[in-house]
Design a protein around this ligand. Structure first.
Ligand SMILES: CN1CCN(c2cc(NC3CC3)nc(N)n2)CC1
Length: 155
């Protein structure tokens, strides 16, 4: 099918958020949470936990679903369905990996200009603990032609 299920995990501690600078591949050069594809033999949450450890060295002890984001790109039939999670309890210290260079940012200093353009739209909901569903139509990787973003009670 032309749907790809992906994960995105943000780790938070006392009013700071852990982001990684993507060193290669999709989103290279952007700060983002951690994540990737979901394998056939794992749940979305298991995939999220696995990617977080692979990309940051952190082991999530509790994972909260906070949102679902759908992305479409003009001229490309593949729809990305990104399941977004928040981690407040984890083990380990973040380490640089092949994929990501981790850094803590104060929640009021998120480097939106060096992130995907959709982030500045949904992070305010995420940081307020509001669960959300969003759909974004991109033209290329820099322009959002249209989007919808709604608060939801349950994911
Ligand atoms: C495994 N990944 C891939 C996609 N991803 C995205 C995508 C995204 N926008 C989409 C236009 C690309 N925006 C954020 N913040 N993350 C999360 C991690």
């Amino acid at each position: 099918t032309n749907q790809k299920i992906l994960t995105l995990v943000m780790v938070r501690k006392a009013n700071a958020i852990l982001l990684g600078l993507k060193k290669r591949g999709f989103g290279e050069g952007k700060w983002n949470g951690f994540g990737g594809k979901v394998e056939n033999d794992e749940t979305v949450a298991e995939g999220a936990i696995r990617e977080l450890e692979e990309e940051s060295g952190l082991v999530a002890k509790c994972l909260k679903k906070v949102g679902i984001l759908e992305f479409e790109f003009v001229g490309n039939p593949i729809v990305l369905e990104v399941h977004v999670f928040d981690v407040l309890q984890y083990e380990g210290e973040p380490v640089e990996t092949e994929e990501m260079q981790p850094q803590w940012f104060p929640e009021d200093s998120v480097p939106y200009e060096k992130m995907w353009p959709d982030d500045i739209l949904w992070y305010p909901l995420y940081l307020k603990g509001i669960k959300f569903k969003g759909y974004f139509l991109y033209q290329g990787h820099d322009t959002i032609l249209k989007y919808t973003l709604t608060q939801v009670d349950h994911l």
